[in-house]
Ligand binder design. Structure first.
Ligand SMILES: C[S@@+](CC[C@H](N)C(=O)[O-])C[C@H]1O[C@@H](n2cnc3c(N)ncnc32)[C@H](O)[C@@H]1O
Length: 202
């Protein structure tokens, strides 16, 4: 694992000052890996948490598809902007400011979708992330996780992982269904190399 501490944004300052459409991860369509997996698992309804929702694009589409969506982010400005976006699109999402490392959420979910939150957790924060995502999932619930891959070479940006690292980290608590090479859609060109993991709560 690449252990050097990476420099990450102050999320609240970023969302206060930047238009969400310009952010590297902004992607209006539903990420194809999440779309394909939900179809394969025959998941069309249910309580879903979009963790680190940012601009809220994924949450908004999933709510339109019929999921009951809660979407959280550490940044209250992200939540404000995502709420505004969702109102404009007449989509019903429960947007809540919440830090996954000190989560106040009490309900549980059938699916947690994480597109880019885990990979901005520093090494010492990951255990807390693991315990909380485990707590927030119903028995046999799914964590669908997209993070940067070790194959991504750009200097800046989030942490990167190998499939072996994802397996070793999540295996004690989650059954690993698959870890596939993918890309991270958004405003960056070329699209960053990613890993997409389908994990089921043990
Ligand atoms: C790479 S962005 C991805 C945003 C969004 N998932 C998307 O796909 O557009 C990572 C997001 O995680 C959020 N985040 C960072 N640390 C967090 C924490 N401790 N708890 C909740 N959200 C966090 C950031 O504010 C940011 O919106």
């Amino acid at each position: 694992m690449i252990t050097a501490k990476r420099e990450l944004p102050d999320w609240e300052t970023l969302y206060q000052n930047e238009p969400i459409e310009k952010m590297p991860w902004f992607y209006e369509a539903l990420d194809h890996d999440f779309a394909n997996t939900l179809t394969q698992l025959n998941l069309t309804r249910g309580h879903l948490l979009d963790l680190g929702t940012g601009p809220g694009t994924q949450a908004i589409i999933l709510a339109k598809m019929g999921f009951t969506v809660t979407a959280t982010d550490i940044s209250s400005s992200a939540i404000m902007k995502a709420t505004q976006r969702s109102l404009e699109q007449q989509s019903q999402v429960d947007f809540i400011q919440d830090d996954i490392l000190n989560s106040q959420l009490q309900k549980t979910f059938q699916i947690i979708l994480d597109r880019g939150c885990f990979h901005v957790m520093h090494a010492e924060q990951r255990e807390s992330y693991l315990k909380t995502t485990y707590r927030l999932l119903e028995p046999k619930g799914y964590l669908l996780l997209k993070c940067f891959s070790y194959l991504e070479t750009m200097a800046e940006g989030p942490y990167r992982f190998t499939p072996e690292e994802i397996t070793a980290f999540f295996n004690p608590w989650f059954k690993i269904h698959s870890i596939a090479a993918s890309v991270f859609h958004g405003n960056r060109e070329p699209l960053p190399q990613a890993l997409f993991s389908v994990l089921e709560k043990k």
